[in-house]
Each structure stands twice: as C-alpha cells, then as structure tokens.
Ligand binder design. Structure first.
Ligand code: M6R
Length: 364
C-alpha cells in the first residue's frame, strides 16, 4: 500500500534515503570505508573501454556514471541510449565491458543491446533493481540496487540507487587501476555513506520546492539547465516534469544556452537551474545572468554559499545540504523529482499512472 502517502510516487520519493542506504550496505564496508563489490568477471586493469547504455532515467544515471568513470578511473566510456546504440554498431574492443542500467531488467531496447554486445564479446555487467529479471539471467554479473519495489511509473528512488551503485563501481575501477589511493577511496566512500542522512534533510525543503512549483505550474514551457555532472540531473528533472505534469520541458547544458535556446526565454518560460557551488558555479551563474537579462525567471537548486551568490538572479532558491562534490548529483536528483511531483499535484494529473506511459517498456 501507499502507507498513508497520497501517491506511490510520494511514498517512493520519501524512500530515497532508505534506498541509497540499503544499496550502499550491500556494496560498501562501513567499518573500513572501502568499496565491497563482488569480484568482476574480468581483469579491471585490462579493460580498454566501458560501453554504458540504458533508457530514460536509467540513461541519465549512466551519464553521471560516465563522468565518474572518466574522471576517477580515467577509463574511456562510450554511452548512448539503447534504442540508438542497438542500430549504430560501433566497433567493440577486445576485453571491453558493457554496463547496462535498468530498474526493471525487462526494457526491450536495453535487453537488445545486452544480447548484441554479448555476441560482440563484451563482458556484461547489469545494474538492476529487479535482479531476477531477463537481463539478470543473461548478464555475467548483476549489481543489485536495493531500492525495493518501485510502483510509480515515474522512476524516483531507483535513480538514486542506480547512482549509488555506479559511484561504488567507479571507485572500485579507480582503485583497481591504481588511479586513487586508500585515503581517497575512504574519503569518497565516506561521502557516499553520509548520503542517507543528507538525503533525509532534503524533505525539509518541501515548502521552498512548493513555492517553485507554483511558478512552474503556470508555464507552458520550462527550460532546465545544468553543467558538467549536473547536466544529467537537469535532463532527469525535465523528463520527470514532462511525464507527470504534461508541461513541456527541455534540458540543456547551460553553456549551450547562447547557441540557440536563449531565443525562447521570456517571462513565461521559467529556467530551472541545477547549480551547486562547485567548479562550474561561476560559469553557470553567468549563463543564468544572461537568462535573467532576457526577462527569464530563474529558479535554482543550490547550497547555502550558492544561494548568497544567486541573490538578485534567482527568484526562488531551494537551499540543499552541503555535501562532497562527488555525491552532488545523487543528492540534487531528489528535490528535482520532488518539484515535478509538486507541479503535478497543482495540475491535478494522475501522478502514478500518467497517460500513454507504461512502467516497463517491453516493446521496441
Ligand atoms: O526499467 P528501466 O529502468 O529499464 O526503464 C527505463 C525507462 O523506461 C524509465 O527510466 C522511464 O524513463 C521512467 N518512466 C522515467 O521516470
């Protein structure tokens, strides 16, 4: 049941901290602050490239995974949505690894890529919530996200659980390839283990998210902006808004704004920015100033330091807990999904069963 929540989506949003915590419990050793993933069915040091694929939200999780794998483990990553990768036929290297991400383990396009990459000699690692699924049976290794059943068509807690697994996987690869030392592994793992408590604090932001939702609910079109590791979180926010509120939303890497989409901006097109105070903050801030100068209404997800700098630029700010830069995308996914939920409530749409959508897309 819904445990007293109005919708499964609301319940599942509130399960983010538990989903992250249970997932990490399976794949970390909290005492030593080390990653404790199962042994990989290949020699990590010899992997020339990882191919990541998935659909929808799982694909956006994969985009974050690419950032971590490239920057921490210094390994080349190829990534594409499954429905495209299936028909692209890119060359596959010897000893290559395919990383598939799926909540259900039954998505037709992702399964199709799994089978063709297996044929092409790639080792198959799947990040799945439903471990006893078709993809689970056909993988060389399954990394379980322990999110519990997800009923709402819009994915919520599975997304942060996927990210938690991908973070641990990236640390594991970085260590095995000699790119990080033990102190760094402990620091990164600690920042992950700290997440369930920080995630629980996000729900205190509900009133600020509701204030933002009131602006978004009036719009016909919304632009989501992020940069770097937060760009996929902008995509996730836009997808979730489209799915459950039927408001048109588009996500862009903020630096692309002036290469086209800025022509859309006026008072009626709110700009939702995912803008933690990290190394790209100043760059994103100047993108937001450009939007504001064109009459755009800026709504920002940031932290306390970011909120100071956004005064006079952002009309509404959601101030999130300070966390290590490594885990920022995991934390920021939560309020971005909450925003879509609050907008859907204002619109009165069918949150758990949005029109035209199925929970598991088992046809191509
Ligand atoms: O079960 P999967 O993770 O393979 O599903 C992938 C997508 O269909 C899924 O993430 C979809 O985009 C969600 N409705 C997003 O909220």
């Amino acid at each position: 049941g819904k445990d007293g929540y109005r919708h499964y989506m609301e319940k599942e949003l509130h399960e983010h901290p538990v989903a992250i915590g249970q997932t990490l419990q399976r794949i970390t050793d909290p005492a030593s602050k080390r990653i404790a993933l199962p042994d990989m069915p290949f020699d990590i040091a010899k992997v020339p490239r990882i191919t990541i694929t998935a659909c929808g939200s799982a694909f956006y999780a994969g985009m974050v995974g690419r950032y971590w794998l490239e920057s921490l483990a210094r390994i080349p990553v190829e990534i594409d949505v499954a429905s495209e990768l299936r028909y692209r036929d890119p060359p596959q290297p010897d000893r290559g690894v395919a990383l598939l991400i799926s909540q259900s383990g039954e998505t037709a396009d992702t399964l199709g890529v799994l089978r063709s990459l297996k044929k092409a000699g790639q080792s198959i690692v799947s990040v799945l919530n439903v471990e006893h699924s078709t993809m689970g049976r056909e993988s060389d290794l399954v990394l379980g996200m322990v999110a519990g059943p997800e009923i709402s068509v819009a994915s919520t807690k599975a997304f942060t659980a996927q990210l938690s697994v991908l973070a641990a996987f990236s640390i594991d690869f970085a260590r095995a390839r000699g790119k990080i030392d033990q102190a760094k592994e402990e620091a990164l793992t600690s920042s992950l283990l700290d997440l369930p408590s920080r995630a629980a604090e996000v729900f205190a932001c509900t009133p600020a998210i509701q204030a933002m939702a009131a602006v978004v609910a009036e719009a016909r079109d919304v632009l989501y902006l992020g940069r770097g590791i937060c760009t996929p979180i902008a995509y996730e926010g836009a997808l979730k808004l489209k799915e459950i509120s039927y408001i048109h939303a588009e996500a862009y890497a903020a630096g692309e704004l002036k290469h086209g989409p800025i022509s859309l901006i006026d008072r009626t097109v709110p700009v939702v920015a995912i803008v933690p105070s990290n190394i790209l903050f100043e760059k994103t801030l100047s993108n937001l100033q450009e939007a504001k100068a064109r009459g755009g209404r800026v709504l920002a997800f940031t932290d306390a330091a970011g909120a100071e700098r956004l005064k006079g630029v952002a009309e509404h700010v959601v101030v999130l807990p300070d966390v290590d830069a490594f885990v920022v995308p995991i934390l920021y996914a939560i309020p971005v999904q909450m925003l879509a939920y609050e907008v859907a409530l204002l619109k009165g749409t069918d949150v758990d069963q949005p029109r035209n959508l199925a929970k598991s897309v088992t046809v191509e």
